[in-house]
Design a protein around this ligand. Structure first.
Ligand SMILES: CC(C)(COP(=O)(O)OP(=O)(O)OC[C@H]1O[C@@H](n2cnc3c(N)ncnc32)[C@H](O)[C@@H]1OP(=O)(O)O)[C@@H](O)C(=O)NCCC(=O)NCCS
Length: 223
């Protein structure tokens, strides 16, 4: 759902991030919303602007925008999850979240894109793809038939997913990674950029390489 036709509510972007700027660059987004406001927990950003749109203050101000649609623009799935939980505590209902799909992206019948999710330019969904809530799919990722992206998953640019791949909640697939058909990427797992995954990736683990293997130590991803 690339925003409802005729939508005129304001849009509140949570975090003045690179992802927020990518969302602002999606054609048609500004026409669908009366205004765009950003919130960010970094006080150094308060009072600044992002591409002409004001950063008003911390995320706790979200409750002051009851007529706005919201979008969490935090690159890491675990951090997006934490923000959504915080917003829930502030009384933000799940139906308040916007869904942003670049107008070049075709969502065929039988595919579903959840609330709060972002699909950037050039993403391909072939058939019966299920994208959960608060998922981010970066440019030119390919989601083939029966792929499932669970909530808070992050799929970076150029990732290729074979048919029936399931990506668990909060998992992160680095740029240009490829995943063989029917494999499962566990919850909160990380697959390094350029990896070729040929076996299921257990929850919480970080794998990289061709073929992908566990990295020697736990890691934090940025973005
Ligand atoms: C896998 C990843 C998360 C590891 O990050 P990290 O903890 O900072 O890891 P390091 O850079 O310290 O590397 C640890 C080891 O893994 C290797 N390594 C890291 N990433 C690798 C990758 N993608 N493929 C193969 N090996 C990799 C390093 O060479 C290093 O090996 P060494 O110990 O022999 O020197 C990270 O490299 C990655 O791929 N992130 C995704 C980046 C991305 O797609 N960003 C998109 C932003 S929009």
């Amino acid at each position: 759902m690339p925003g409802r036709a005729g939508e005129v509510s304001g849009l509140l972007l949570l975090a003045a991030s690179g992802l927020a700027r990518e969302v602002l660059a999606v054609p048609g987004l500004l026409q669908r919303h009366a205004s765009v406001t950003l919130l960010d927990d970094d006080p150094a950003r308060w009072g600044t602007e992002v591409h002409g749109h004001p950063v008003r203050g911390g995320l706790e101000l979200a409750g002051e925008y009851p007529d706005h649609r919201l979008l969490v623009c935090v690159g890491r799935g675990a951090a997006r999850r934490a923000v959504v939980r915080r917003l829930h505590g502030l009384g933000v209902r799940p139906d308040r979240y916007a869904t942003v799909v670049h107008p070049d992206v075709r969502v065929p019948p039988g595919c579903r894109v959840g609330r709060g999710s972002v699909l950037l330019a050039g993403v391909v969904l072939t058939a019966d793809v299920e994208v959960g809530e608060h998922v981010v799919v970066m440019p030119h990722a390919t989601l083939t038939h029966d792929v499932v992206l669970e909530e808070f998953a992050t799929v970076c640019a150029g990732v290729q997913l074979g048919g029936g791949v399931r990506v668990g909640t909060g998992a992160y697939l680095g740029m240009a990674a490829a995943v063989r058909e029917r494999l499962v990427v566990g919850a909160d797992a990380v697959l390094g950029m350029g990896a070729v995954l040929t076996a299921d990736l257990p929850p919480g683990e970080t794998w990289a390489g061709v073929p992908a293997r566990p990295l020697r130590r736990p890691v934090e991803v940025e973005g």
